[in-house]
Design a binder for this molecule. Structure first.
Ligand SMILES: C[C@H]1O[C@H](OP(=O)(O)OP(=O)(O)OC[C@H]2O[C@@H](n3cnc4c(=O)[nH]c(N)nc43)[C@H](O)[C@@H]2O)[C@@H](O)[C@@H](O)C1=O
Length: 356
Protein backbone atom coordinates (compact mmCIF):
# COMPACT_ATOMS: atom_id res chain seq x y z
CA UNK A 1 0.00 0.00 0.00
CA UNK A 2 1.37 3.45 -0.87
CA UNK A 3 1.48 6.07 1.84
CA UNK A 4 -1.16 8.73 2.07
CA UNK A 5 0.44 12.09 1.50
CA UNK A 6 -1.01 15.34 2.86
CA UNK A 7 -0.14 18.89 1.95
CA UNK A 8 -1.15 21.45 4.60
CA UNK A 9 -1.10 25.20 4.02
CA UNK A 10 -0.86 27.18 7.24
CA UNK A 11 0.98 24.35 8.98
CA UNK A 12 2.59 26.69 11.50
CA UNK A 13 -0.82 27.82 12.77
CA UNK A 14 -2.79 26.24 15.62
CA UNK A 15 -4.87 23.97 13.40
CA UNK A 16 -2.04 23.14 11.00
CA UNK A 17 0.14 21.88 13.82
CA UNK A 18 -2.63 19.77 15.43
CA UNK A 19 -3.58 18.36 12.05
CA UNK A 20 0.02 17.51 11.12
CA UNK A 21 0.35 15.63 14.41
CA UNK A 22 -2.87 13.71 13.83
CA UNK A 23 -1.94 12.74 10.26
CA UNK A 24 1.55 11.62 11.29
CA UNK A 25 -0.06 9.38 13.93
CA UNK A 26 -2.25 7.94 11.19
CA UNK A 27 0.83 7.08 9.11
CA UNK A 28 0.68 9.90 6.57
CA UNK A 29 3.64 11.63 5.01
CA UNK A 30 2.97 15.31 5.76
CA UNK A 31 4.19 18.30 3.80
CA UNK A 32 3.59 21.64 5.45
CA UNK A 33 3.71 25.04 3.82
CA UNK A 34 5.12 27.87 5.90
CA UNK A 35 5.48 31.49 4.95
CA UNK A 36 8.87 33.12 4.92
CA UNK A 37 9.36 35.33 7.93
CA UNK A 38 12.37 37.13 9.36
CA UNK A 39 11.71 35.59 12.75
CA UNK A 40 11.20 31.95 13.71
CA UNK A 41 7.54 31.03 13.34
CA UNK A 42 7.58 27.26 13.61
CA UNK A 43 7.27 26.77 17.40
CA UNK A 44 4.04 24.83 17.06
CA UNK A 45 5.62 22.17 14.84
CA UNK A 46 9.09 22.05 16.42
CA UNK A 47 8.12 18.90 18.37
CA UNK A 48 7.31 16.88 15.26
CA UNK A 49 10.06 18.25 13.04
CA UNK A 50 12.96 15.93 12.25
CA UNK A 51 15.83 16.46 9.85
CA UNK A 52 14.26 15.71 6.44
CA UNK A 53 17.45 13.86 5.44
CA UNK A 54 17.00 11.39 8.27
CA UNK A 55 15.81 7.96 7.17
CA UNK A 56 12.11 7.52 7.79
CA UNK A 57 11.41 11.27 7.96
CA UNK A 58 7.71 11.80 7.32
CA UNK A 59 7.26 15.51 8.00
CA UNK A 60 8.60 18.15 5.64
CA UNK A 61 8.38 21.93 5.68
CA UNK A 62 8.38 24.03 2.52
CA UNK A 63 8.36 27.75 1.96
CA UNK A 64 5.24 28.92 0.20
CA UNK A 65 2.61 31.58 0.02
CA UNK A 66 -1.03 31.57 -1.02
CA UNK A 67 -0.42 34.78 -2.95
CA UNK A 68 2.14 33.07 -5.23
CA UNK A 69 0.57 30.75 -7.79
CA UNK A 70 3.71 29.41 -9.48
CA UNK A 71 5.00 28.39 -6.08
CA UNK A 72 1.72 26.60 -5.28
CA UNK A 73 1.80 24.73 -8.58
CA UNK A 74 5.38 23.61 -7.94
CA UNK A 75 4.57 22.53 -4.38
CA UNK A 76 1.63 20.39 -5.50
CA UNK A 77 3.69 18.96 -8.36
CA UNK A 78 6.67 18.08 -6.16
CA UNK A 79 4.86 16.75 -3.11
CA UNK A 80 2.20 14.75 -5.01
CA UNK A 81 -0.39 14.89 -2.23
CA UNK A 82 -3.44 12.66 -2.01
CA UNK A 83 -5.08 15.19 0.34
CA UNK A 84 -4.69 18.97 0.51
CA UNK A 85 -5.83 20.90 3.57
CA UNK A 86 -6.07 24.62 2.87
CA UNK A 87 -5.71 26.08 6.36
CA UNK A 88 -3.51 29.05 5.43
CA UNK A 89 -5.18 32.45 5.74
CA UNK A 90 -5.09 35.90 7.23
CA UNK A 91 -7.45 34.65 9.90
CA UNK A 92 -7.91 37.60 12.25
CA UNK A 93 -11.30 39.26 11.74
CA UNK A 94 -10.34 42.66 13.18
CA UNK A 95 -7.06 42.75 11.25
CA UNK A 96 -9.02 42.15 8.04
CA UNK A 97 -10.61 45.60 8.43
CA UNK A 98 -7.08 47.07 8.33
CA UNK A 99 -5.78 44.81 5.55
CA UNK A 100 -8.85 44.01 3.41
CA UNK A 101 -7.00 43.66 0.11
CA UNK A 102 -4.31 41.35 1.47
CA UNK A 103 -7.00 39.31 3.24
CA UNK A 104 -8.95 38.95 -0.02
CA UNK A 105 -5.79 38.01 -1.88
CA UNK A 106 -4.67 35.32 0.56
CA UNK A 107 -8.03 33.97 1.75
CA UNK A 108 -10.19 34.22 -1.38
CA UNK A 109 -7.79 34.16 -4.33
CA UNK A 110 -5.34 31.93 -2.45
CA UNK A 111 -8.00 29.22 -2.39
CA UNK A 112 -8.62 29.69 -6.11
CA UNK A 113 -4.88 29.46 -6.82
CA UNK A 114 -4.63 26.15 -5.00
CA UNK A 115 -7.67 24.72 -6.77
CA UNK A 116 -6.26 25.90 -10.10
CA UNK A 117 -2.90 24.30 -9.30
CA UNK A 118 -4.73 20.97 -8.90
CA UNK A 119 -6.54 21.50 -12.21
CA UNK A 120 -3.47 22.67 -14.17
CA UNK A 121 -1.62 19.55 -13.03
CA UNK A 122 -4.54 17.34 -14.07
CA UNK A 123 -5.05 16.03 -10.52
CA UNK A 124 -8.79 16.77 -10.23
CA UNK A 125 -9.64 13.09 -9.84
CA UNK A 126 -6.78 12.06 -7.57
CA UNK A 127 -6.56 14.79 -4.93
CA UNK A 128 -9.03 15.43 -2.11
CA UNK A 129 -9.27 19.10 -1.14
CA UNK A 130 -10.34 20.51 2.23
CA UNK A 131 -11.25 24.18 2.55
CA UNK A 132 -11.15 25.81 5.98
CA UNK A 133 -14.48 27.59 5.90
CA UNK A 134 -15.78 29.39 8.93
CA UNK A 135 -18.81 30.22 11.04
CA UNK A 136 -17.99 33.89 10.29
CA UNK A 137 -19.83 33.26 6.99
CA UNK A 138 -23.11 33.42 8.96
CA UNK A 139 -22.23 36.88 10.34
CA UNK A 140 -25.49 38.65 11.01
CA UNK A 141 -27.25 35.39 11.62
CA UNK A 142 -30.46 34.52 9.78
CA UNK A 143 -31.36 31.73 12.23
CA UNK A 144 -30.10 30.07 15.39
CA UNK A 145 -28.43 27.60 15.57
CA UNK A 146 -26.64 27.75 12.22
CA UNK A 147 -26.38 24.69 10.01
CA UNK A 148 -25.26 23.86 6.46
CA UNK A 149 -28.53 25.29 5.12
CA UNK A 150 -28.43 28.64 6.98
CA UNK A 151 -27.93 31.59 4.57
CA UNK A 152 -24.63 33.47 4.79
CA UNK A 153 -24.32 37.17 5.72
CA UNK A 154 -20.61 38.05 6.08
CA UNK A 155 -19.76 41.04 8.28
CA UNK A 156 -16.04 41.63 7.65
CA UNK A 157 -13.49 41.60 4.81
CA UNK A 158 -12.31 38.29 6.29
CA UNK A 159 -15.77 36.74 6.09
CA UNK A 160 -16.39 38.14 2.60
CA UNK A 161 -13.10 36.62 1.40
CA UNK A 162 -13.99 33.30 3.02
CA UNK A 163 -17.38 33.45 1.31
CA UNK A 164 -15.64 33.48 -2.08
CA UNK A 165 -13.40 30.61 -0.97
CA UNK A 166 -16.43 28.60 0.16
CA UNK A 167 -18.25 28.99 -3.15
CA UNK A 168 -15.22 28.49 -5.39
CA UNK A 169 -14.64 25.19 -3.57
CA UNK A 170 -18.26 24.17 -4.23
CA UNK A 171 -17.89 25.31 -7.84
CA UNK A 172 -14.76 23.24 -8.51
CA UNK A 173 -16.56 20.22 -7.06
CA UNK A 174 -19.53 20.75 -9.37
CA UNK A 175 -17.64 21.93 -12.46
CA UNK A 176 -14.74 19.47 -12.48
CA UNK A 177 -15.94 16.61 -10.29
CA UNK A 178 -13.19 17.37 -7.80
CA UNK A 179 -13.39 15.95 -4.27
CA UNK A 180 -13.52 19.44 -2.76
CA UNK A 181 -15.18 19.89 0.62
CA UNK A 182 -15.81 22.72 3.08
CA UNK A 183 -15.56 22.37 6.83
CA UNK A 184 -17.58 25.23 8.32
CA UNK A 185 -15.84 25.41 11.66
CA UNK A 186 -17.06 27.39 14.62
CA UNK A 187 -14.43 28.94 16.91
CA UNK A 188 -11.89 26.41 18.09
CA UNK A 189 -9.19 27.16 20.59
CA UNK A 190 -6.35 25.55 22.53
CA UNK A 191 -3.28 26.46 24.57
CA UNK A 192 -1.50 27.21 21.26
CA UNK A 193 -4.17 29.59 19.98
CA UNK A 194 -2.71 32.86 18.65
CA UNK A 195 -2.32 35.45 21.35
CA UNK A 196 -4.55 38.11 19.77
CA UNK A 197 -7.71 35.99 19.63
CA UNK A 198 -9.92 36.73 22.57
CA UNK A 199 -9.71 33.37 24.37
CA UNK A 200 -5.93 33.24 24.47
CA UNK A 201 -5.69 36.94 25.20
CA UNK A 202 -7.84 36.29 28.28
CA UNK A 203 -6.05 33.16 29.50
CA UNK A 204 -2.62 34.79 29.11
CA UNK A 205 -3.80 37.84 31.04
CA UNK A 206 -5.35 35.71 33.80
CA UNK A 207 -2.03 33.88 34.21
CA UNK A 208 0.03 37.09 34.06
CA UNK A 209 -2.22 38.81 36.62
CA UNK A 210 -2.04 35.76 38.89
CA UNK A 211 1.77 35.76 38.72
CA UNK A 212 1.95 39.52 39.31
CA UNK A 213 3.19 40.35 35.80
CA UNK A 214 0.18 42.39 34.64
CA UNK A 215 -2.51 44.52 36.31
CA UNK A 216 -5.35 44.93 33.83
CA UNK A 217 -6.92 43.13 30.88
CA UNK A 218 -8.40 45.42 28.19
CA UNK A 219 -11.19 43.96 26.08
CA UNK A 220 -13.74 45.05 23.44
CA UNK A 221 -17.28 43.69 23.15
CA UNK A 222 -17.57 41.34 26.13
CA UNK A 223 -21.19 40.51 25.31
CA UNK A 224 -20.29 38.82 22.00
CA UNK A 225 -21.26 35.15 22.14
CA UNK A 226 -19.48 32.28 20.47
CA UNK A 227 -19.53 28.49 20.18
CA UNK A 228 -16.04 27.56 21.41
CA UNK A 229 -14.62 24.07 20.94
CA UNK A 230 -11.14 22.54 21.17
CA UNK A 231 -8.91 22.56 18.06
CA UNK A 232 -7.85 18.94 18.72
CA UNK A 233 -11.44 17.76 18.16
CA UNK A 234 -11.85 19.92 15.06
CA UNK A 235 -8.80 18.63 13.16
CA UNK A 236 -10.20 15.11 13.61
CA UNK A 237 -13.37 16.44 11.95
CA UNK A 238 -11.37 17.90 9.04
CA UNK A 239 -9.78 14.51 8.42
CA UNK A 240 -13.14 12.75 8.58
CA UNK A 241 -14.59 15.18 6.04
CA UNK A 242 -11.94 14.07 3.54
CA UNK A 243 -12.44 10.35 4.29
CA UNK A 244 -16.19 10.54 3.63
CA UNK A 245 -17.58 8.61 0.65
CA UNK A 246 -18.53 11.83 -1.14
CA UNK A 247 -17.35 15.43 -1.09
CA UNK A 248 -19.72 17.53 0.99
CA UNK A 249 -19.85 20.53 3.32
CA UNK A 250 -20.10 20.12 7.09
CA UNK A 251 -20.58 22.30 10.15
CA UNK A 252 -18.33 21.41 13.09
CA UNK A 253 -19.49 22.98 16.36
CA UNK A 254 -20.27 22.13 19.97
CA UNK A 255 -23.83 23.49 19.96
CA UNK A 256 -23.13 25.54 23.13
CA UNK A 257 -22.89 29.30 23.21
CA UNK A 258 -21.09 31.43 25.81
CA UNK A 259 -20.25 35.12 26.05
CA UNK A 260 -16.77 36.62 26.25
CA UNK A 261 -17.86 37.78 29.71
CA UNK A 262 -18.52 34.17 30.79
CA UNK A 263 -15.15 33.12 29.37
CA UNK A 264 -13.47 35.82 31.48
CA UNK A 265 -15.33 34.76 34.64
CA UNK A 266 -14.50 31.09 34.20
CA UNK A 267 -10.86 31.78 33.36
CA UNK A 268 -10.37 33.92 36.48
CA UNK A 269 -12.14 31.30 38.60
CA UNK A 270 -9.32 28.89 37.64
CA UNK A 271 -7.02 31.09 39.75
CA UNK A 272 -9.53 31.36 42.59
CA UNK A 273 -10.87 34.81 41.67
CA UNK A 274 -14.51 35.85 41.40
CA UNK A 275 -15.26 38.73 39.04
CA UNK A 276 -17.80 41.39 40.01
CA UNK A 277 -18.95 43.65 37.15
CA UNK A 278 -19.76 47.30 37.73
CA UNK A 279 -20.78 50.19 35.47
CA UNK A 280 -22.03 50.21 31.91
CA UNK A 281 -20.84 50.43 28.32
CA UNK A 282 -17.24 51.55 27.88
CA UNK A 283 -17.10 52.44 31.59
CA UNK A 284 -17.88 48.93 32.76
CA UNK A 285 -15.14 47.29 34.80
CA UNK A 286 -14.56 43.80 36.14
CA UNK A 287 -13.27 43.71 39.72
CA UNK A 288 -11.74 41.03 41.87
CA UNK A 289 -14.61 40.45 44.32
CA UNK A 290 -12.07 39.71 47.05
CA UNK A 291 -9.61 42.61 46.84
CA UNK A 292 -11.71 45.11 44.86
CA UNK A 293 -8.85 45.53 42.35
CA UNK A 294 -10.00 46.44 38.84
CA UNK A 295 -8.82 43.61 36.60
CA UNK A 296 -10.83 44.21 33.41
CA UNK A 297 -11.53 47.42 31.49
CA UNK A 298 -13.20 48.10 28.16
CA UNK A 299 -11.11 49.59 25.35
CA UNK A 300 -13.20 50.70 22.33
CA UNK A 301 -10.15 50.10 20.09
CA UNK A 302 -11.16 46.44 20.18
CA UNK A 303 -14.68 47.13 18.88
CA UNK A 304 -15.17 46.06 15.26
CA UNK A 305 -16.79 48.32 12.64
CA UNK A 306 -19.37 45.58 12.09
CA UNK A 307 -19.63 42.92 14.78
CA UNK A 308 -20.86 39.36 14.75
CA UNK A 309 -22.88 39.29 17.95
CA UNK A 310 -23.58 35.60 18.32
CA UNK A 311 -22.82 32.29 16.70
CA UNK A 312 -23.80 28.76 17.67
CA UNK A 313 -23.63 25.75 15.40
CA UNK A 314 -25.73 22.70 14.75
CA UNK A 315 -23.34 19.84 13.90
CA UNK A 316 -25.99 17.13 13.50
CA UNK A 317 -25.03 16.43 9.88
CA UNK A 318 -21.40 15.77 10.88
CA UNK A 319 -22.63 13.60 13.75
CA UNK A 320 -24.91 11.53 11.52
CA UNK A 321 -22.67 11.16 8.45
CA UNK A 322 -19.14 11.37 9.85
CA UNK A 323 -19.70 10.06 13.38
CA UNK A 324 -18.01 13.27 14.58
CA UNK A 325 -18.82 15.18 17.71
CA UNK A 326 -16.73 17.26 20.08
CA UNK A 327 -15.25 15.53 23.13
CA UNK A 328 -13.82 18.51 25.02
CA UNK A 329 -16.35 20.83 26.68
CA UNK A 330 -16.18 24.56 27.40
CA UNK A 331 -15.08 24.27 31.06
CA UNK A 332 -12.36 21.78 30.24
CA UNK A 333 -11.12 23.97 27.36
CA UNK A 334 -10.86 27.09 29.53
CA UNK A 335 -9.14 25.16 32.32
CA UNK A 336 -6.56 23.64 29.95
CA UNK A 337 -5.75 27.02 28.43
CA UNK A 338 -5.39 28.82 31.78
CA UNK A 339 -3.25 26.03 33.27
CA UNK A 340 -0.92 26.08 30.23
CA UNK A 341 -0.53 29.86 30.47
CA UNK A 342 0.14 29.67 34.22
CA UNK A 343 3.05 27.33 33.49
CA UNK A 344 4.32 29.61 30.72
CA UNK A 345 4.10 32.67 33.00
CA UNK A 346 6.36 30.92 35.52
CA UNK A 347 8.80 30.12 32.70
CA UNK A 348 8.78 33.81 31.70
CA UNK A 349 9.56 34.87 35.25
CA UNK A 350 12.45 32.38 35.39
CA UNK A 351 13.85 33.52 32.06
CA UNK A 352 13.65 37.17 33.01
CA UNK A 353 15.24 36.41 36.38
CA UNK A 354 18.15 34.69 34.67
CA UNK A 355 18.68 37.65 32.35
CA UNK A 356 18.82 40.26 35.10
C1 LIG B 1 -14.49 31.00 13.48
C2 LIG B 1 -13.68 32.27 13.53
O1 LIG B 1 -13.09 32.39 14.83
C3 LIG B 1 -12.20 33.48 15.02
O2 LIG B 1 -12.86 34.71 14.79
P1 LIG B 1 -13.52 35.60 15.94
O3 LIG B 1 -14.78 34.96 16.41
O4 LIG B 1 -13.59 36.98 15.45
O5 LIG B 1 -12.44 35.43 17.13
P2 LIG B 1 -11.88 36.41 18.21
O6 LIG B 1 -11.35 35.55 19.29
O7 LIG B 1 -10.93 37.41 17.63
O8 LIG B 1 -13.17 37.24 18.71
C4 LIG B 1 -14.27 36.61 19.31
C5 LIG B 1 -15.23 37.65 19.83
O9 LIG B 1 -14.63 38.31 20.94
C6 LIG B 1 -14.85 39.71 20.83
N1 LIG B 1 -13.81 40.42 21.58
C7 LIG B 1 -14.03 41.20 22.68
N2 LIG B 1 -12.87 41.74 23.10
C8 LIG B 1 -11.90 41.28 22.25
C9 LIG B 1 -10.49 41.51 22.19
O10 LIG B 1 -9.93 42.24 23.00
N3 LIG B 1 -9.83 40.85 21.20
C10 LIG B 1 -10.44 40.04 20.28
N4 LIG B 1 -9.71 39.40 19.34
N5 LIG B 1 -11.80 39.83 20.32
C11 LIG B 1 -12.50 40.45 21.28
C12 LIG B 1 -14.80 39.97 19.35
O11 LIG B 1 -15.40 41.23 19.03
C13 LIG B 1 -15.58 38.76 18.83
O12 LIG B 1 -16.96 39.02 18.86
C14 LIG B 1 -11.05 33.36 14.03
O13 LIG B 1 -10.36 32.16 14.24
C15 LIG B 1 -11.58 33.39 12.59
O14 LIG B 1 -10.51 33.10 11.71
C16 LIG B 1 -12.70 32.40 12.43
O15 LIG B 1 -12.86 31.84 11.35
Amino acid sequence: MTDKVALITGVTGQDGAYLAQLLLQKGYVVHGVKRRSSSFNTERVDDIYVDPHERGARFFLHYGDLTDSTNLIRLVQETKPSEIYNLGAQSHVQVSFETPEYTGNADALGTLRLLEAIRILGLEKSVRFYQASTSELYGKVAETPQSETTPFYPRSPYAAAKLYAYWITVNYREAYGMFAANGILFNHESPTRGETFVTRKITRAVAAIHRGLQDTLYLGNIDARRDWGHARDYVEGMWRILQHSEADDFVLATGEMHSVREFVELAFSETGRTIRWQGQGVDEVGMDAGSGAVLIRIDPRYFRPTEVEMLVGDASKARARLGWSHTIGFKELVAEMVQADLVRAVDDIRRNGQQS
